[in-house]
Design a protein around this ligand. Structure first.
Ligand code: BEZ
Length: 394
């Protein structure tokens, strides 16, 4: 039998193919693993639209960066937390233990966020809160791996308290949902308002997410305050603004609020929201090149106008990107990740902001007035306002 002969040309081709294969597999072996991001947000209930806007904003930032942050491709996992604190620990554990996520992004509701923060602190999982203002998250529960891209409940309440005291209002009734966000918003408001010479004469509340406002509105009418301060958001805010006008209160007792009262809600509130004054860290008419570019790309991607929740989701993406770039994608380097955020000036559509020692945004609060379908800026309610971070030891 003749030995099999190999001519020179096919041999060279085979060797070249082998070396190509080898370098492709080295490249594959070196590609960092995908970064698993767990989105824990409400997709049902009174805060459903807020959860969707946050996810949209976060995904927009990731898409603008080619699907990668800190050199790692992003893989998403999702849980609907239903804004239900009683399910929160199980829900966050689904993401941590079942899906093995590297990072948690969530959530909207303060009670759910506190349960998330406890699990994040105990497990050491990186958490970025893209809305919930629970003061404790950047207060007594603060940790090197827990950040917020939004606000503390104290902040917009305090900003509006300063504004209303300066207006010379003296006697105010507050009304809100009875849970951390409502209680803390009123507390922040009261601190600034009473420091400025006003008095909170009655604090009204109803359980979250109830919207049976009638008896409370009757109480307001009977008390005849100079004004009302309120915290409601999402579907509850829509109903409250409509009920307040329908009860005939709007023309006699001015209604003020933290800006969640009229953010992402104006289509549904219609003329009943016209003229309302609120304080928030975002508005529809900032008109800066940064915000214009963001609004255009959000509208292109989702055929929707962005709101404060979309901005907070987008900025959670920015914060994750800044931290990950500093640690070259290695989320276990917590101190270096945090140091990068403490040094950063975040180029947000809301305007630049920094991160405090307790990991909460230090930012401007705008005074806004509803004009048609927009929250228009009419002034600065509080410049560079930092949450006091009471009880945080970092
Ligand atoms: C909160 O529960 O912290 C919250 C919910 C909606 C809007 C703002 C704050």
């Amino acid at each position: 039998m003749k030995p099999i002969q190999m001519t020179r040309r096919p041999l060279v081709a085979a060797l070249a193919a082998l070396s190509l294969l080898a370098s492709a597999s080295t490249a594959l072996a070196q590609a960092p693993a995908k970064l698993k991001v767990g989105l824990m947000l409400p997709y049902t209930g009174t805060f459903a639209s807020l959860g969707t806007a946050i996810e949209n904003g976060f995904r927009l930032y990731v898409a603008e960066n080619g699907g990668k942050l800190g050199g790692r491709e992003i893989e998403f996992f999702k849980v609907d937390d239903e804004s239900d604190p009683s399910k929160a620990t199980d829900n966050v554990n689904k993401l941590i233990k079942r899906d093995n996520v590297d990072v948690l992004i969530g959530t909207v509701h303060s009670g759910v966020a506190m349960a998330m923060a406890k699990v994040a602190k105990d497990s050491g999982t990186l958490l970025i809160v893209p809305n919930a203002g629970a003061d404790a998250v950047t207060g007594p529960m603060c940790a090197v791996n827990i950040f917020r891209s939004s606000f503390s409940n104290w902040q917009p309440g305090y900003a509006m308290g300063e504004v209303m005291a300066k207006k010379g209002l003296k006697k105010v009734v507050t009304i809100t949902w009875k849970y951390a966000a409502g209680d803390e918003s009123v507390k922040g408001f009261k601190e600034a308002f009473e420091k400025g010479g006003g008095k909170v004469v009655k604090e009204l509340s109803l359980p979250f997410p109830n919207v049976e406002f009638q008896s409370l509105l009757t109480d307001i009418a009977a008390t005849k305050p100079d004004a009302v301060y309120t915290f409601f958001a999402g579907g509850g805010a829509v109903k409250f603004v409509k009920d307040y006008a329908a009860a005939g209160l709007k023309k006699n007792i001015p209604l003020y609020g933290s800006g969640f009262l009229t953010d992402g809600t104006l289509e549904a509130q219609g003329a009943d929201a016209d003229g309302l004054l609120t304080a928030l860290h975002y508005a529809d008419s900032l008109g800066t090149p940064r915000d214009n570019a963001f609004r255009l790309s959000y509208a292109k991607a989702y055929k929707l106008q962005p709101d404060v929740y979309a901005v907070q989701g987008y900025d959670a993406g920015q914060m994750l990107g800044i931290g990950l770039s500093a640690v070259k994608g290695d989320v276990s380097k917590k101190a270096e990740f945090a140091a990068a955020l403490h040094k950063a000036k975040i180029d947000s559509p809301r305007g630049p902001f920094t991160i405090s020692k307790s990991n909460n945004p230090v930012q401007d609060f705008y005074l806004r007035q509803v004009t048609g379908k927009e929250n228009k800026v009419i002034g600065i309610a509080s410049k560079g306002l930092s949450d006091p971070g009471r009880g945080c030891r970092l």
